[in-house]
Design a protein around this ligand. Structure first.
Ligand code: MC0
Length: 142
């Protein structure tokens, strides 16, 4: 079902400051930036590697406000890993299969994600405390 780790999402207070740190320290490059109003974030993707099913990235996330998923996370837990995203060939099908196994779906239907992807989240309490995202890259859409 999972083809790769698409990205690891990291919550931060200051996107520009965190981008500069990752570029300077790990020699990573920002390949995309976006404000996603629906998800309440300003985000940047830093490229790690390319594989058969697509690329893998570090995603830096700054909240658009305190009453957003990442804003609440920062207030409660501080900066750190917010979610892990797995690449899947078909996110709608993956949701059906995973939901059928009793995992709570935070999204019944895919939403717009980074770099034109289709995404959906699974409840962290049903996945060992890890907020889990499913990602279908745009080139994998039927
Ligand atoms: C909350 N919890 C987490 C968590 N956020 N556990 C692990 N990782 C996280 N990121 C835990 C809380 O500690 C709490 O546990 C329980 O889940 C319920 O949390 P809550 O604080 O009561 O509830 P909310 O209202 O903060 O909702 C949490 C929930 C929400 C995960 C349902 O954030 C959500 O729907 N997230 C999905 C969307 C999202 O995160 N979007 C931002 C990234 P206790 O033990 O205290 O009960 S958008 C993105 O990444 C896009 C741009 C992309 O990739 O392309």
């Amino acid at each position: 079902m999972f083809m790769r780790i698409d990205h690891v999402g990291i919550a931060c207070h200051d996107l520009e400051e965190k981008i500069a740190f990752f570029e300077r320290t790990f020699e990573l490059t920002v390949v995309a930036r976006e404000v996603n109003e629906e998800q309440g974030v300003k985000e940047a993707m830093l490229h790690i590697a390319d594989g058969e099913g697509g690329g893998s990235y570090i995603q830096l996330l700054e909240p658009l406000g305190p009453d957003t998923p990442v804003g609440k996370f920062l207030a409660k837990r501080g900066e750190g890993v917010h979610h892990v995203a797995f690449g899947v060939p078909d996110v709608t099908r993956a949701l059906q299969e995973i939901g059928g196994k009793g995992v709570r779906l935070l999204d019944e239907k895919p939403r717009h994600g980074s770099m034109g992807s289709s995404i959906a989240f699974l409840h962290p309490k049903d996945v060992g405390g890890m907020l889990t995202e499913l990602v279908q890259a745009p080139e994998q859409r039927a």
